[in-house]
Ligand binder design. Sequence first.
Ligand SMILES: Nc1ncnc2c1ncn2[C@@H]1O[C@H](COP(=O)(O)OP(=O)(O)OP(=O)(O)O)[C@@H](O)[C@H]1O
Ligand SMILES: [Mg+2]
Length: 273
Amino acid sequence: MNAGGTLLEVSDLTVTAAVMDRSLTLLHGVSLTVAPGEVVGLVGESGSGKTTLARSVLGLLESNITIAGGSISLRGEEIVSPAADRTVSIRGKHAGMVFQDASRSLNPLFTVRSQLAEVLRRHVPGIGKDQIAARSAQVLERMRIADTGRVLDSYPHQLSGGLRQRVAIGLAVVTEPALVVADECTTALDVTTQAEVVVLLRSLAADLGVGLLFVTHDLMLASDLCDRIAVMYQGEIVELGAVDTVLLHPEVDYTKRLLAAVPQWNGATSPHA
Ligand SMILES: Nc1ncnc2c1ncn2[C@@H]1O[C@H](COP(=O)(O)OP(=O)(O)OP(=O)(O)O)[C@@H](O)[C@H]1O
Ligand SMILES: [Mg+2]
């Protein structure tokens, strides 16, 4: 049923948006896979369709958006297709989403403890109080948060930006989803905190076998974190391959132009060096 160990399979996906009396095509026949434990980067200029693809995967589409063709499957099971009345939301149980802004993931009115408990109760039927406490503390430790007691009792505004984003990732993964979709989740952070979050995300993939779809406009960051990279341009994936192949030996002119626009980029050395 799950041929080749694919976790996520996006096949020939076409997505349209109704704007006034017109239909705009936002994604044109996009195909992409993510294997368990694999980090796949989605890069490309603003407006190229990265967020639209990320949201399609999670069934989080705005009301004027239509899946016009193709399909998305998770572990061989179709979750998104034109035939489906409305896409099945896999968010929570099977997939976690981390947004650019932690305030989109976290509710300002509740403590970290009660938000983790709420997610666990919703997605893990029959989970008990002790288990909730244990898994909440555990996930924060996994996020390399030292003072878990204090953080659990905090409201989001009482935490620093970096800590908030780590809590947001914790909230996305506390249910142990197989897939995590992160959309520009490090963009608002300073460089040091960015690096910490990247290490965390890497360890989710390496240690827990989570498949990660990592949306970023930052090619340097993508080169650090990703196994494979998909380059999007005007709603299409124009280049897709191993990170070193795509970034060191790009075939498509658009990818070459993207790389040329990164001032620190030195194509002569490995991006991992
Ligand atoms: N609900 C919508 N209705 C109409 N057009 C939309 C809608 N959502 C997105 N778009 C359009 O689809 C295109 C792709 O947008 P998307 O947000 O996916 O790009 P992106 O690659 O994530 O860009 P960014 O890097 O700025 O986040 C853009 O032209 C955008 O204006
Ligand atoms: Mg976006």
